[in-house]
Unconditional design. Structure first.
Length: 302
């Protein structure tokens, strides 16, 4: 980021994906102090992924300490974004893209793996679904500032989704809410790693099936979004994820043109804004950090 960073370190956030870990150290106002990207090899087991998470967090903390002139053990809190369904205390119960981690308690696992020379042993760790983290980031600092009814879709291998209604994240009864990428849009279509066939993800992710043109992709995405808009009536829809941010308006502009025709109930002004995630690839990591900061400050206020 071009503007000068704040002199304080508020949190380190990690966005753990199926193929890479993105990390960010952020200031209290959300300014990026430093960021990191580490590829994840497909053959790694859960323990290896945890080690990589700990090493990315450690490297970020050390870089931030050096940049800000801070001593060791000065990360106030850690936030994790994980692609999957988590219990409140951090057990990963389902993940299509991080299968090797299912059954692991991510919070206690990371706590046991962190470098004790870099982090204090009681550093609070908060975990949240990765797409929820991206939404939290975009609402706090990005494209959805000022909105309370927000839908976010990440497009790419392992697409995800998140929903905020009335300013509150919607998690559902079992934590599955927002898995928009696994809505079936083509019964009997391409097989998805979730076990179903014809999931939206395969028609809009840009990688799962290269035979889908941008025009066709726009049609699929518009169909998926129109159904979701009728269900949730968001004020804004943010498109993130590696592919979503990369393709940007080339995909979104045709979708903007198709959507009104699919939403007969809506006047032109009522069709939600459709925008690219402003925090780009770092949305999940920054959002994970902000989620942790928000937890710490809400507990301090109690
Ligand atoms: Zn699926």
């Amino acid at each position: 980021m071009a503007h000068p960073v704040s002199s304080a370190l508020a949190a380190v956030g990690l966005d753990v994906g199926g193929t890479k870990i993105l990390g960010a150290a952020v200031a209290p106002n959300g300014d990026l102090i430093c960021s990191r990207k580490e590829p994840l090899q497909p053959e790694l087991d859960g323990e290896d992924v945890m080690q990589t998470m700990a090493s990315v967090a450690g490297a970020l903390a050390i870089e931030a300490y050096e940049k800000l002139g801070l001593g060791r053990k000065n990360v106030p809190c850690l936030g994790l974004g994980i692609p999957g369904t988590l219990t409140k205390d951090g057990n990963l119960t389902f993940s299509a893209n991080l299968k090797e981690m299912v059954g692991i308690n991510v919070v206690s696992g990371l706590r046991g793996t962190l470098d004790t020379r870099v982090f204090a042993s009681d550093t609070p760790i908060y975990v949240e679904n990765d797409a929820n983290c991206a939404l939290i980031g975009e609402v706090a600092l990005g494209a959805a500032r000022g909105y309370e009814d927000v839908m976010l879709l990440t497009l790419g291998p392992g697409s995800g989704g998140a929903l905020m209604l009335g300013g509150r994240l919607v998690r559902g009864a079992h934590g599955y809410a927002g898995e928009f990428g696994h809505m079936v849009v083509m019964p009997g279509g391409y097989r998805c790693k979730c076990g179903r066939k014809g999931c939206l993800e395969h028609y809009v992710s840009g990688t799962a099936n290269r035979r889908v043109s941008i025009e066709d992709m726009a049609g699929w995405l518009a169909l998926g979004l129109a159904n979701l808009i009728l269900a949730f009536d968001p004020g804004i829809i943010v498109i993130g994820g590696g592919f979503g941010v990369g393709v940007g308006d080339r995909l979104l502009q045709p979708v903007r043109e198709i959507l009104p025709g699919m939403l007969k109930e809506y006047s032109t002004e009522q069709v939600p804004k459709l925008v690219v995630a402003e925090l780009g690839e770092n949305a999940g990591a920054v959002g994970a950090a902000i989620n942790a900061i928000q937890h710490v400050s809400s507990q301090a206020g109690q």
